[in-house]
Write a protein that binds this ligand. Structure first.
Ligand SMILES: [Zn+2]
Length: 234
């Protein structure tokens, strides 16, 4: 293998390792709870809080109503029990009775509204719980697939790194140093293919003599424009 071709192969291996490393990092970044799942879970918490609040208000109203009803029974006992005969006193009990009835009516209306709120809230909570269960199932399936993908990528990466190490052992120290320097300076692409007398690194047309030297080797030949090592297939 020509020196330039060997370095081009090293570059191919390096680029593959880099691509795999990036893909692996991106995949690993996706491990964990998704925004969807967190939103679904927050939806359940919020709705159960709403239901709980309405249930508390319902209980308070029921207690208040029971007290008013007890009070009303006492008052009516006095009104119709026949033991109170003083007209003024009876009048006063009548006023109390009317007031308590009105209060009872208002409490019943409020209770009805709150009971509706509880019902609506419970229905919304059930829907949110279903939504959470669905989201969770989909998320779990996606995570399982993601873990498989990560495991495959790790294997591929290990294989790529193994190939790279094996290939590097066949290269001369000097050529490797040139390659590593250009790789840093040229964003990972130290070697450019020559096709139809054009450098594929910078798209510049190359002098025929330069192309010929690149083709026959054995020394490294560099592009006169971008400075990359030129590899021309024989
Ligand atoms: Zn070039």
């Amino acid at each position: 293998m020509q020196a330039a071709e060997a370095l081009y192969r090293l570059q191919t291996l390096d680029l593959r390792v880099e691509t795999l490393q990036q893909a692996l990092r991106a995949a690993e970044h996706q491990v964990g709870e998704s925004a969807d799942l967190q939103a679904a879970r927050a939806g359940v918490v919020e709705r159960s809080r709403t239901v709980h609040g309405a249930e508390l208000r319902q209980r308070d109203l029921e207690l208040e109503l029971a007290q008013v009803e007890t009070h009303l029974r006492d008052v009516e006992q006095k009104l119709y029990g026949g033991r109170v005969r003083n007209p003024k006193e009876l009048q006063s009990w009548e006023r109390d009775s009317a007031q308590l009835r009105a209060q009872k009516g208002r409490l019943e209306d409020r209770l009805l509204a709150v009971m509706e709120e509880v019902e609506t809230g419970r229905a919304a909570l059930r829907a949110a719980e279903r939504q959470l269960a669905e989201t969770e199932a989909a998320w779990q399936a996606a995570q399982a697939e993601l873990h498989e993908q990560i495991s495959r990528m790790r294997d591929e990466l290990a294989e790529g790194q193994r190939q790279r190490t094996a290939h590097i052992a066949t290269l001369g120290e000097e050529h490797r140093a040139v390659y590593e320097r250009l790789r840093r300076e040229r964003a990972g692409r130290a070697v450019a293919r020559v096709e139809q007398s054009t450098c594929h690194g910078c798209r510049l047309s190359l002098p025929a003599a330069l192309v010929q030297r690149a083709r026959v080797g054995p020394d490294l030949v560099f592009c006169s424009s971008c400075g990359r090592i030129l590899w021309a297939a024989r």
